[in-house]
Design a binder for this molecule. Sequence first.
Ligand SMILES: O=C(CO)[C@@H](O)[C@H](O)[C@H](O)[C@H](O)COP(=O)(O)O
Ligand SMILES: [Zn+2]
Length: 189
Amino acid sequence: MSTLFLRNLAEHQQLMSVLHALDGSIAAAGERLAQVLATGGKVMFCGNGGSAADSQHLAAELTGRFIKDRRPLAAIALSTDTSALTCIGNDYSFDQVFARQLTALARSGDALVAISTSGNSGNVLRAVEAAKAAGVYTLGLLGRDGGQLRQVCDASIVVPHTVTARIQEAHILIGHTLCGLIESQLGLD
Ligand SMILES: O=C(CO)[C@@H](O)[C@H](O)[C@H](O)[C@H](O)COP(=O)(O)O
Ligand SMILES: [Zn+2]
């Protein structure tokens, strides 16, 4: 009888075995994010729950360090400031928690990485709409069929699975790869 861990491992390995199909879109996204940073822009991240954790993890890889010692790179997670999240959520609506911060911080030429396993979180959708209005490039890091976010992001990387946890495991692999591509493209590796 297979344990829960062995079943999860088999599901994870099956998903990993099809992700090579995303290589081209990951390479293109890494190049685009590196271009944003090389031209003085910043990379913003947002997402809910586990994707909020991914957002702050990946932003920290850029402002802090990933693999190499190099200059700090401009990145911020919109999911970490509890004062902003509670003020905007309380005074406006939860749908606005990322969009309002983005509108405050964004400059044309920046990028937003919108992370959602369903592709349908309202506050992430509103953030992408605000980003487009501000001239910000939008990359969706998505799951399932990409949901509504796939339709509105400038580019999307969609992990083709239906289990949220498995999608998140793929997202952090892809996120780490994007950080590696950024360091290489900027000549920082
Ligand atoms: O981490 C998990 C489940 O693995 C949860 O916290 C999950 O991230 C939350 O349910 C999110 O609200 C889901 O949002 P989304 O990925 O569909 O945008
Ligand atoms: Zn999770």
